[in-house]
Design a protein around this ligand. Structure first.
Ligand code: NAD
Ligand code: ZN
Length: 358
């Protein structure tokens, strides 16, 4: 019965253009005489959005660099810096950015109330104490991180989320104006995460009516966006925000599949970022997702997106072995994609052959 998931959903949600201007009022209800911390993607340093952050004088605004995907050591460092301010946890942590910053906000909120290094909590429901109030505000759409129960982290040993009831945001704020004019490749890579989530959710063995209904609606929105839209089209971005949310929710009740298993291997060994790693992997997975991959290629072509090639060409033997180990360790993804007998259907040789095409 482990497929019957009992999920902690996000708390409050506000959606619509201009909703960012409501943030100050939303936070006011949660303030004591302590401080709040805004974790802001450092892409916004010196840009207009940074000036619109409703920070009071006792608050901290920390710009976070996400050139590399979230690391457990950085979560620990952020937590320690916040606790140093007054010896107490802040009233709230607000993450403003893409999936990376949102995952930092989720992870730090859990780690402010749970002792020790965050690598200890990579897994399911390992945190014992409720997290600090935290708010997610996406500036890229597609990962579903705004609504998921996990904060994906790379630690010394593995790329695995702090997953559980204390991870989801207490509040999310979805303002499509924040994703206006994202560079085209990034817009596509992150948006495609949602498309791929839906394809994987729908086609696997844990598929169910709830997950499927969300995934189908999300997929329809993704198709519309990538067949007709562009990064400066407000209507497209509104749809993409909803697609991301529904795709993320769909996964909560279903599971990702083969593409994410390959993508995690690329990210762990090469540091390839999630969105583009998914695209590199999906491009080679016709065998598992024939219709999805054909449609993906048509979208890439219409929008003139760069999908990197030859990324595994220079791998050493030990790196390739590590990549295969990482992929194979994601048993839940394979079980969803191929069923209980998945071990008979793939081999190290087959994974290697597919990786070599990327
Ligand atoms: P990201 O957050 O890693 O950001 C990618 C790049 O875009 C960064 O350089 C960032 O500075 C920049 N950026 C952010 N907002 C921008 C904007 N409005 N305009 C221009 N540039 C902007 O990208 P992502 O694809 O949103 O997130 C990927 C991360 O999310 C990975 O770390 C992945 O592991 C994680 N993830 C988490 C979940 C989850 O459920 N928690 C799901 C999928 C992925
Ligand atoms: Zn994903």
């Amino acid at each position: 019965m482990d497929f019957l998931k009992n999920i902690q959903l996000v708390g409050k949600m506000i959606f619509g253009a201009g909703s960012f201007d409501r943030l100050g009022d939303i936070l006011a209800e949660k303030r004591s005489d302590s401080f709040m911390v805004f974790l802001v993607d450092d892409f916004f340093k010196g840009r207009e959005l940074a000036n619109r952050v409703p920070a009071r004088k006792q608050d901290q605004v920390l710009f976070v660099n996400v050139d590399i995907e979230p690391k457990t050591a950085i979560v620990d460092d952020l937590r320690d810096r916040m606790l140093q301010v007054s010896g107490q946890a802040p009233d709230g942590v607000i993450g403003i950015g893409g999936g990376s910053v949102m995952d930092y906000a989720k992870a730090v909120s859990v780690m402010l109330t749970n002792p020790g290094p965050s690598s200890r909590y990579q897994g399911l429901n390992l945190a014992k104490n409720a997290s600090v109030y935290h708010v997610g505000i996406p500036t890229l759409s597609g990962t579903g991180a705004e609504v998921s129960t996990t904060a994906v982290l790379t630690g010394p040993e593995k790329k695995l989320g702090i997953k559980g009831d204390f991870t989801p945001f207490h509040q999310i704020l979805l303002d499509p104006e924040l994703i206006y004019d994202v560079p085209r490749n990034q817009w596509f890579y992150t948006g495609m995460d949602s498309y791929i989530h839906n394809i994987e959710s729908l086609t696997g063995h844990y598929a169910n009516t709830l997950g499927n209904s969300l995934a189908r609606q999300s997929l329809e929105l993704c198709r519309d966006v990538f067949a007709n839209g562009n990064p400066t089209d407000i209507a497209s971005n509104e749809k993409l925000m909803v697609a991301s949310l529904m795709g993320g929710l769909s996964l909560s009740f279903s599971e990702v599949g083969a593409c994410h298993a390959f993508s995690y291997g690329l990210s762990f060994v090469l540091g390839t970022r999630h969105g583009v790693a998914n695209c590199i992997a999906f491009n080679q997975l016709e065998e598992y997702y024939p219709e999805g991959v054909a449609e993906f290629k048509a979208m890439v072509s219409r929008l003139g997106i760069d999908i990197p090639a030859g990324v595994t060409a220079g791998l050493s033997e030990s790196q390739m072995e590590k990549m295969i180990d990482t992929t194979l360790a994601l048993e839940h993804m394979w079980r969803h994609a191929l069923g209980q007998g998945w071990k008979e259907l793939i081999s190290r040789g087959k994974l290697r052959e597919i990786y070599q095409r990327m």
